[in-house]
Design a protein around this ligand. Structure first.
Ligand SMILES: C[S@@+](CC[C@H](N)C(=O)[O-])C[C@H]1O[C@@H](n2cnc3c(N)ncnc32)[C@H](O)[C@@H]1O
Length: 437
């Protein structure tokens, strides 16, 4: 005989949490109340009801519910962490800190409690204290990749570079897959002179993903057996599409000044009235040259390979026309020559700039100027250009002079200045002004 089911529709805490996670707050709340009607001292229902009430903005009721849960089970780690979150949200950082620390006492190295406590401490300018928390957490969970990464970045920020790199490198040992973090750590390792470690990292990535343009270009840049004339177009698109959203914040931190250097060169070497006529910005990116030049131009066009960078430039409203294309291909198809061409921090993504200079000459009106920046290859190094571990190229001054002459340009000025700061070092550049005869 079948036994009669008496609690057929009684919710379980799991189904309630599932509804909660799906965002069905009404249904989840009904389930928590049903559970509490059956057992008013259900610590889970009290805890999750508190989390839900917080999401609804009723923090007083939320805290009351989680307080009851914790009174029943003082060692309930997740409830403590979530109460800390509500304390933080309601402007009580001291109470939040106490709950996160208590959670860590109960479960040393708990990743969520560690992350939240460290973020709280850092927001309060207590980076050293955050570092201590990471260290204690890593003593308990030495192989947690997230905590290794977070503490590595913090060490880097605090200027403890050697320890930072050791920690970051270790983080990658325990991490699956390859992404921008991987690339960033590889770049730091090579900038810090840990060539072998950086090479091993990019080799591993390249072997795992031979079609990935970033892995390939970075591996070749470090390995050095083969220097491509320029990176694949999809490398540029991949790198800059990813950058686009926070490109300018990043540049501000790097004291980026290439567009201003280009403008100054134009003012020094252009017409006395400083008018630039019809201008094209080659590798316009998010349009920073447009910002510094718009008052001097009659019309400004821009070309760039990265659609996402172009989308930012479009929003600026300084460009008459924006084209998604390779700049050499674009220049080769120009029908009405421009009066002025500019290119800030873009030709350093070319090793061989001869095709650019040739195409640019054809796209410029007689007497017109071409101003561009390059990274400078230090004098004692051999060869016309070198692919740097950053994935960009540096060019020798003499080589640029020769190429300008060979392609029909007249060199007006080759100034030197700092383009930006990278890895805390100034990046020295060439600011080239050439005139079409
Ligand atoms: C470092 S950003 C500089 C952007 C802008 N000129 C500035 O100063 O802010 C370099 C830009 O050049 C673009 N770029 C690189 N190689 C290119 C190519 N072959 N054709 C068109 N754009 C290119 C990239 O997509 C990126 O937006």
């Amino acid at each position: 005989m079948k036994r009669k089911k008496t609690r057929k529709n009684a919710p379980s805490i799991h189904s309630a949490i599932a509804l909660h996670r799906q965002g069905d707050l009404d249904a989840a709340e009904r389930c928590y109340h049903a559970l509490l009607a059956a057992n008013p001292n259900d610590p889970d229902a009290l805890h999750f009801l508190g989390v839900l009430l917080h999401a609804r903005g009723d923090d007083e009721a939320a805290l009351a519910s989680i307080d009851r849960s914790l009174a029943l089970v003082p060692g309930y780690v997740d409830a403590r962490i979530n109460r800390g979150v509500i304390f933080e949200a309601t402007g009580r950082p001291g109470d939040a800190e106490r709950d996160y620390r208590k959670a860590l006492e109960l479960d040393p190295g708990h990743p969520t409690a560690t992350g939240k406590l460290c973020r709280l401490l850092r927001a309060g300018d207590e980076a050293e204290a955050a570092l201590e928390v990471y260290q204690a957490a890593l003593a308990a969970r030495p192989n947690d990749p997230g905590m290794l990464l977070d503490s590595g970045w913090l060490l880097w920020e605090l200027g403890q570079n050697e320890r930072a790199l050791d920690t970051l490198q270790r983080a990658l040992e325990f991490r699956d897959g390859f992404d921008a973090t991987y690339q960033r750590i590889g770049a730091l390792l090579s900038a810090a002179g840990r060539h072998e470690a950086a090479l091993a990292l990019f080799r591993k990535w390249y072997e795992a993903e031979p079609d990935n343009p970033v892995a390939k270009h970075k591996f070749l840049a470090l390995e050095g057996s083969e220097t491509p004339d320029r990176p694949a177009e999809d490398y540029i698109v991949e790198v800059f599409d990813r950058f686009a959203a926070n490109f300018e914040d990043k540049l501000e931190r790097l004291r980026y000044q290439a567009p201003a250097l280009v403008r100054d060169a134009l003012l020094r070497n252009g017409r006395p009235d400083h008018r630039l006529g019809r201008v094209c910005d080659l590798g316009c990116g998010t349009g920073l040259c447009g910002e510094v030049l718009h008052e001097l131009v009659d019309a400004l066009d821009g070309v760039d390979l990265s659609p996402k960078m172009l989308a930012v430039a479009e929003r600026r409203g300084r460009y008459a026309r924006l084209v998604a294309d390779d700049l050499v291909r674009f220049l080769q198809q120009v029908e009405t020559p421009y009066d002025t061409l500019v290119s800030a921090d873009t030709l350093l993504y070319f090793g061989d700039i001869r095709p650019v200079l040739q195409a640019a000459l054809g796209a410029t009106a007689g007497g017109g100027l071409f101003v561009f920046t390059l990274e400078k290859l230090e004098g004692d190094e051999d060869g016309p250009y070198r692919l740097l571990s950053s994935g960009r190229y540096a060019h020798a001054r003499e080589h640029v002079e020769e190429l300008l002459a060979a392609t029909g340009w007249t060199l007006v000025e080759m100034a030197e200045d700092m383009l930006r700061v990278e890895m805390r070092q100034p990046v020295e550049g060439l600011i080239v002004t050439a005139r079409k005869p």
